[in-house]
Design a protein around this ligand. Structure first.
Ligand SMILES: Cc1ncc(COP(=O)(O)O)c(C=O)c1O
Length: 378
């Protein structure tokens, strides 16, 4: 694993410094799609250690970004991709027909959509686990299981899983099963799954890693060299790489990740403490850390009223940015999950998912107050 020389805070701030030409403090962006070869031997070297030849293989800015992502997640190698879903696809790219996945039953809906695609087109099947008894997860493992897929906290119900205990139990059953964690919600600032025993970390970098609602990206981080080599081949072949400009923006955003995450948490804690005091909010689910809060409204009509009347918080998909956003997972992120599954899990038309931004939390609370009683304000 890449041993960070400094704490996570220092590593994040120093991202790119001392790595660009001319002593540039901010890593310069290189937009070239191709690079002159230094001779035939160089042209024939496709290894990650080789120089640059063609942007699908590597670019200076993406390489520095990937080194920093690997350091922050305590991994061996990172891959920066064009979206979180591209990262999910890379993470599962080694699966073959007949292989099985066991996954937490509450995940970003797009991941379930992809599991459905794999079942239909590639003969890769999945089973779900409710996140409670680890023995029940182990009971689902078979000689065909190749992947255990987790989110913690999960999207949108905030289920929390003991990643270390799951990794121990799964690897005891079969050390070859890869435990994969989508770490989008907590980021390495609050959770480093590879240190807890997981094998692969996935991110939608569109969310907290970039943090400004201005780019689409993904990342896969691994600690095992053999798996990194398998992923590298697939990554070069399929070319779902992050463009240079977005890689530069993401590298820049990583510098403030720890500071942003701490303030997201402070703001979310304030709202989680005060939202239950408001009429019409029947339940607030907050895992105690991070910026994501889910809330149940007294009725679907009230949920719609709040979405219609919020003036500061934007009714928009996505999460993890400095601007607060609110979504209704039943109709948006989880619309493709069968309706009976959604309702059984608690993803109903009354459930709203709030991504608490970096505005003054008192202003955010006041926005909820006026949306719950529109017309009361002078
Ligand atoms: C937890 C989680 N994982 C993965 C994804 C997919 O990422 P992207 O939208 O960047 O493809 C999302 C998107 O909302 C997500 O919330």
């Amino acid at each position: 694993m890449t041993k960070a020389k400094w704490t996570l805070e220092t590593t994040a701030v120093q991202a790119g410094n001392r790595q660009g030409a001319h002593g540039a403090i901010a890593m310069p962006i290189t937009l070239a799609s191709n690079y002159r070869h230094d001779g035939l031997a160089a042209a024939r070297d496709f290894s990650p250690a080789a120089g640059y030849s063609y942007a699908r293989l590597a670019t200076p800015i993406r390489r520095v970004l990937e080194q920093n992502l690997a350091r922050l997640e305590a991994g061996q190698q990172a891959f920066a991709l064009s979206s979180g879903m591209a990262a999910v696809q890379l993470a599962l790219s080694f699966l073959r027909p007949g292989d099985e996945i066991v996954a937490l039953d509450d995940l970003y809906g797009g991941v379930f959509r992809y599991f459905g695609y794999l079942a239909e087109h590639a003969g890769i099947h999945w089973a779900t686990w409710d996140g409670h008894e680890i023995a029940e997860l182990v009971a689902q493992l078979t000689p065909h299981t190749k992947v255990v897929w987790l989110e913690s906290p999960s999207n949108p119900l905030m289920k929390q899983v003991d990643i270390a205990a799951v990794a121990r139990a799964v690897h005891q059953f079969d050390p070859a099963i890869k435990v994969m964690v989508d770490n989008t919600f907590l980021t390495p600032v609050y959770q480093q799954p590879l240190i807890l025993g997981a094998d692969v970390v996935v991110h939608s970098a569109t969310k907290y890693l970039s943090g400004h609602n201005d780019l689409l990206g993904g990342a896969v981080i691994v600690k095992d060299e053999a798996l990194a080599a398998t992923y590298y081949d697939y990554y070069l072949m399929t070319g779902d790489t992050l463009a240079s400009f977005d890689a530069w923006l993401l590298l820049r955003s990583l510098k403030t990740l720890p500071v942003r995450m701490k303030q997201h948490t402070a703001n979310a804690r304030y709202l989680a403490a005060h939202l239950p005091e408001l009429p019409g909010i029947t339940k607030v689910i907050y895992p105690g850390v991070g910026g994501m809060v889910s809330l149940t409204m007294a009725s679907a009509a009230l949920a719609e009223q709040v979405l219609d009347h919020l003036q500061l918080i934007s009714f928009a998909e996505s999460l993890g940015g400095v601007e607060s956003l609110i979504t209704i997972p039943y109709y948006q992120t989880h619309a493709d999950v069968p309706v009976e599954t959604r309702l059984a899990l608690g993803i109903t038309p009354c459930l709203l998912r709030l991504s608490v931004g970096l505005e003054d939390p008192a202003d955010l609370l006041a926005d909820f107050k006026q949306a719950l009683a529109p017309g009361d304000e002078p």
